[in-house]
Design a protein around this ligand. Sequence first.
Ligand code: ADP
Length: 195
Amino acid sequence: MNLLFIGPPGAGKGTQAGRVADRLGIPHISTGDMFRQHASNGTELGRRVDVIMKAGDYVPDEITVAMLAERIAEPDADGGFILDGFPRTLVQVEALDGLIGTDGLDAVIVFDVDVDELTSRLLARGRADDSEDTIRNRFDVYQSQTAPLLDIYGERGVVSRVNGLGELNDVTNRILDSLGQVRDAKDSAEPRARS
Ligand code: ADP
């Protein structure tokens, strides 16, 4: 199963993506984690993206797409994967379509979380890119760059909205439940696709 998790910064999508990936036995692919790994290894790419991440801006599509394409070509992603934080721009959506097809995602889980709650979550997390100014910029960038993606995936009929507030386990179960719904809806909409 190929899944995509989308949500504003601090919505808990990374944590949930990890939990759901474990449950389903597929890799959790987070471009944010991959960039942080590069930054902490001090690679050339890492030094470039570190500056960008600390400002709360997006890494150029060219770099991000190349890194993601390489990652999903690895054998552990053959049986499916959870994408967390990619695609985030329209260019990245097109790139992903080119890699897995426009019907390549089985479900897109969208996290609904209140903005005040998000800000306090991020401040409590205290990651290097979690200063107040950076957080504000990350919300703005999310609204302008990433929220429009919801329309595209919405039209494809694969979006499932999940309330991201509450106990970790409750949220995980909501996601797993909604995956069942999406799968059922898809199956009944395309009866001839199965043999
Ligand atoms: P959050 O969801 O809290 O913003 P992430 O770990 O997903 O955190 O991303 C951290 C940072 O990594 C982003 O602010 C951005 O600079 C960079 N990044 C991650 N994924 C992408 C992407 N798909 N395109 C561009 N930049 C990205």
